[in-house]
Design a protein around this ligand. Structure first.
Ligand SMILES: [Zn+2]
Length: 311
């Protein structure tokens, strides 16, 4: 079944605030209202406060409780449009662009909305780990520093670990197969020392996986853990594309987006950028379903406060 939400389908389905509320209602009570306190099924609705009041015990149930929209002062329509735009664009939008497009009065509000949507993405991303054959490397993100020093040890840049799962794709015509990227994980780190490399791997990669690296000393921890390690000695840096192609293509793409679309992302919020980047990359084969997946995630992820987002 093709349940892709196209522009016009979306426009019809979520044309008014009430329709957005109805959608939330169906997510929360698929079989009709049930009072969380006394299980009664008759209610009255308070439009302005988005509350459903039980006609039996007068308990007031908030329709947005348990969603990222909880206590928002922004119309749900704008939220839904933002989720729609974010889900439909592979490269993402800058927050300023979304703010202007959706006529959101202040930048901070738009910023918080985007971060909350990313929080919902993260709630899905943490559900799985990579396994099998994996290209693993580290890279530095941030503005080019004065000394022009690049690579490991470049100061003022933020290090991050990148792991790309590999999958074998059989070609139909010939009996050949080729290696293509599967799932992706990226996370910033304090440094690229052995301890941080180990933490990244343990958190994001299943044991018994085969880690392909450039043999950097930080990856030697694998001998004490249940991972297989293939250290590829790369003499000439230009050859990395030959031996670890996908991890470097991903790093290049992420850097391109940070510079081109977002005009730079500060070190503090780099991980939030990576969440959206990985979420979309990992769903590139089910692009048509991203909106539905994402709005479901938003409806089942508890909201976070501004203070939590800034920490
Ligand atoms: Zn009740």
């Amino acid at each position: 079944m093709n349940n892709e939400i196209t522009f016009f389908k979306f426009q019809r389905k979520f044309s008014t605030e009430l329709r957005c509320l109805k959608y939330l209602f169906k997510q929360r009570w698929p079989n009709g209202f049930i009072c969380p306190k006394c299980q009664h099924n008759r209610y009255s609705f308070h439009t302005s406060r988005k509350l459903f009041q039980c006609k039996n015990c007068e308990y007031q149930a908030s329709i947005t409780a348990g969603t990222i929209f909880h206590k928002t002062r922004t119309p749900l329509k704008k939220w839904f449009w933002m989720i729609f735009f974010i889900s439909k664009n592979k490269t993402g939008y800058s927050i300023l662009y979304l703010q202007n497009l959706l006529e959101i009065p202040c930048y901070k509000t738009a910023w918080v909305m985007v971060q909350k949507i990313r929080e919902a993405m993260q709630s899905r991303e943490v559900l799985y780990k990579l396994n099998g054959e994996i290209e693993l490397d580290d890279a530095y993100f941030g503005p080019r520093n004065v000394s022009g020093k690049r690579g490991r040890g470049a100061d003022k840049k933020t290090p991050a670990f990148i792991a790309v799962g590999l999958r074998e794709v059989k070609k139909k015509e010939q009996s050949k197969s080729e290696i293509r990227p599967g799932f992706l994980k990226i996370k910033t780190a304090q440094n690229v020392q052995q301890e941080t490399a180990k933490n990244f791997v343990l958190q994001n990669i299943e044991p018994k996986s085969l880690l392909k690296t450039d043999g950097y000393k930080s990856y030697k921890f694998t001998t004490n853990f249940d991972y297989n390690h293939q250290a590829i000695r790369i003499g000439n840096p230009k050859e990395t594309l030959k031996y670890l192609p996908w991890v470097h293509i991903v790093i290049g793409n992420a850097k391109g987006l940070i510079k081109g679309v977002h005009h730079g992302v500060s070190a503090k919020y780099l991980d939030r950028f990576f969440i959206e980047f990985c979420y979309k990359f990992n769903r590139r084969f089910i692009e048509k379903r991203i909106f539905n997946n994402l709005i479901n995630a938003c409806c089942s992820t508890k909201t976070v406060t501004l203070a939590e987002l800034r920490s």
